[in-house]
Design a protein. Structure first.
Length: 235
């Protein structure tokens, strides 16, 4: 087994095989006091990334509990203190119970606490007492609408929403910071408790500066995941 010279809690972060922002996520992990180990979960190729049905089927495939359990068993080799499924759409596409099933499967396989990004985003909103929120997703509209339904199912009120039409990690990565800023400018965002931007393919370091004028706190997927994981590791 590997030695543990680093005394920080170690996270085994499961990400899609198409994940492109390892560096920024590792930087985020270290900011919250975690030692990150990223492990890939296979993602099938989609012929048409504008096909929302195909995208939904793909994230279901990645988030299958047997696949995540298999990845979690492999993750035991790095002796993690906590494990996370770092994919927002892959943990909400079939509703609020989906992430709970995934976390239970990973925890049983790895023998350590486990979370999903969707669960972590709900936790982050709860931590700041947010109830009324604005949502900006990078997703195709039908996928983004599923995320809104997921949030509303958790008792949150989505006052306005925008969906930017990306169907893959590469397309999300190609969205400029100004696209997010323009989307926020076009939405009524006064008297809300938070702005929520899901998808672990979004690079917070690149996007956040363009949203600096916002008075409301902004919840990003990766930071929410890692902060929730750090909390779990300390328990």
């Amino acid at each position: 087994m590997p030695s543990r010279p680093d005394l920080r809690s170690r996270i085994a972060l499961l990400v899609p095989s198409t994940f492109l922002i390892d560096g920024p996520v590792c930087r985020l992990a270290e900011e919250v006091g975690l030692q990150p180990c990223l492990l890939r979960v296979p993602s099938p190729t989609i012929a048409d990334t504008s096909d929302a049905g195909a995208v939904a089927d793909m994230v279901r495939f990645m988030g299958d509990t047997e696949s995540l359990a298999a990845a979690a068993r492999l993750a035991r080799e790095v002796e993690p203190n906590v494990i996370a499924w770092g994919c927002t759409s892959g943990s909400f596409i079939d509703g609020g119970q989906m992430g709970k099933r995934q976390a239970a499967a990973m925890e049983a396989a790895a023998g350590v606490p486990a979370i999903t990004t969707s669960q972590a985003m709900i936790s982050a909103l709860s931590d700041i007492g947010a109830r009324r929120i604005v949502v900006i997703t990078p997703y195709l509209v039908p996928i983004g609408e599923r995320f809104v339904e997921f949030l509303e199912g958790a008792g949150l009120t989505v006052t306005s929403e925008a969906h930017l039409g990306a169907g893959s990690d590469a397309e999300v990565g190609a969205l400029t910071a100004s696209v997010f800023a323009d989307a926020l400018d076009a939405l009524p965002a006064d008297q809300v408790d938070a702005i929520v931007i899901p998808c672990t393919a979004v690079d917070e370091y690149r996007i956040r500066p363009a949203l600096a004028a916002s008075d409301a706190p902004i919840i990003f997927a990766n930071r929410a995941t890692l902060e929730c994981a750090a909390q779990c590791a300390r328990r």
